[in-house]
Design a protein around this ligand. Sequence first.
Ligand SMILES: Nc1ncnc2c1ncn2[C@@H]1O[C@H](COP(=O)(O)OP(=O)(O)O)[C@@H](O)[C@H]1O
Ligand SMILES: [Mg+2]
Length: 607
Amino acid sequence: MPATSYNQLTLYRRVLLQARPYWLHLLGTLVLSLVSTALALLAPLPMKLAVDSVIGSQPIPGFLRPLAPRAGSGTPLLLFVVGVLLAITLLRQVQGVVSGVLYTYTSEALLQDFRAKLFQHVQRLSLSYHDNKGISDSSYRIQYDSPCVQALTLGSILPMVTSSVTLVGMIFVIARMDWQLALVALGVSPFLFALSRIFRRPLRRRWKEVKKLDSSAISVVNETLSAIRVVKAFGRETHEHDRFLDQSRRRIARLVRITFLQGGFDMLVGLTTAAGTSAALFIGVTHVRSGVLTLGGLLVTMSYLAQLYSPLSSLSKLVTDRQSALASAERVFALFDELPEVVERPHARPLLRAGGGIAFRDVHFSYDGNSSILHGISFEIPPGTRVGISGETGAGKTTLVSLLMRFYDPTAGRILLDGVDLRDYKLTDLRKQFALVLQEPVLFSASIAQNIAYARPGATENEIVEAAKLANANDFIVRLPKGYQTLVGERGMRLSGGERQRVSLARAFLKDAPILLLDEPTSSVDVKTEAGIMEAIDRLIQGRTAVMIAHRLSTLDICDMRIEIDDGRIIRPPATFEYDGVRSVDPEGRLIGEGNTFPAKNMLPAS
Ligand SMILES: Nc1ncnc2c1ncn2[C@@H]1O[C@H](COP(=O)(O)OP(=O)(O)O)[C@@H](O)[C@H]1O
Ligand SMILES: [Mg+2]
């Protein structure tokens, strides 16, 4: 994760960039809130009119005179004042409804957009990122941190603008009636701003901690539930429960501290504004007594002050509430800034269907940049060859396959497909060339038919059934009560291991890729099931390049060529084997090669 310290301005700038597609909506919301400000400024007007012009004998203000030409005085004027009050109320309500609808639409659309972008980005991140960070943290950021985009635009910048405008408007109106009062009213604002500056940093830091604890509590839940069998089997429920409680307790402690800070801040803000109000009341009453200010003017001022301090304190309170959103924004943008480790070159080559020639050239690899897992692997697989790879657990077999699919890139050395470096191909095109069958097949919680069709969206029912037949899966599927529509449960838990494996083989048949990667496909099933699966695999391998990893050497009998690796090195055949330019065989008659490249077949010209 890149250094997670972003300053406030950067975060705002980036949030605004994200919100750019909705600038019209945001502008609309802003205009409507300004209208609401204007209406709020008008709100105390009827009271002033009633006190000064109906009860008292002041003339009505100039801007209202054209509207009330015949109102005169007494009851007709009172009725006019009542009418003004009703009109203002009606306008405020209508404004409220319209801006409410616009606000909801804008904020939800913004959020959805942002989340979708984040999700897409996270899907593209390298496997090492996900291996290291775990899925829960990313899910938390997508689900719970992304609303910061709403909080920082609609919930922060917009109210800041309207609050400032309200503030200026009210000060202006008060100043026209009594400039000394306006000064007193404004006098408190420096204190309020100072307060919010002081509280900003500690609040933001605490919020960041809370979010981190929150996401690790969720990750305990996720981890436990996804391995619930293991947890139950080892009777570790209490342990997991304690782990969860521990995270939650620490979170509560932080939240209490935040509330304490927030409460202290609110109290200081309240006291400051109360000081302002008292001073204004004192001066106001003195001025009414000495006739500088009318009684109505005082009433308007006091009502403004109540309203004035609400934008002022909300301006400063926003600063602190915002810290939670800013803490989220930091987390979200840190995720955004995570670069996919495997990147596609500009002008990468398209690839329709590979011939299937594979070459590893002195490939070194390390997951973490320190401990090397593969040390100078070189071998060559001519198109259409079946290669068996064997070796002890942890030798680096799965790593080889992951490199081939470009889940990771080699630390040094090159891997060629049809004579071209993997990194020169378009990533999606490259991955289309492989059908991958894993030791632990992964199914989605959908129907069997949908799971098979995952390999080729839009496959017809016939194609799906055909693939299942080839994979020796049709028999067991039709015996299920709902056949192909049977739901397999989360991660396919309702099927047995052998059944899941057959569904994943059916996927591979349907994908019809030129290269097949089988990573210990039968090591977790019994011998009888293995026979059925091997039969299907034999069928699947026809006419393709196949890389088959196996523990049990007997399963590699169908291979044309064998490679044995140990601790990240090829130990058989010897890596120094001479290559004579044609297909080479080792002393035992098995194909191997070194230093050759294969002509690129069926390849589209580089664009
Ligand atoms: N995602 C990973 N991050 C860090 N190290 C890993 C990762 N996957 C595997 N390793 C390490 O790489 C080595 C080779 O693993 P792997 O290729 O899975 O072995 P094999 O498939 O031969 O059993 C092991 O020592 C393992 O600990
Ligand atoms: Mg493995």
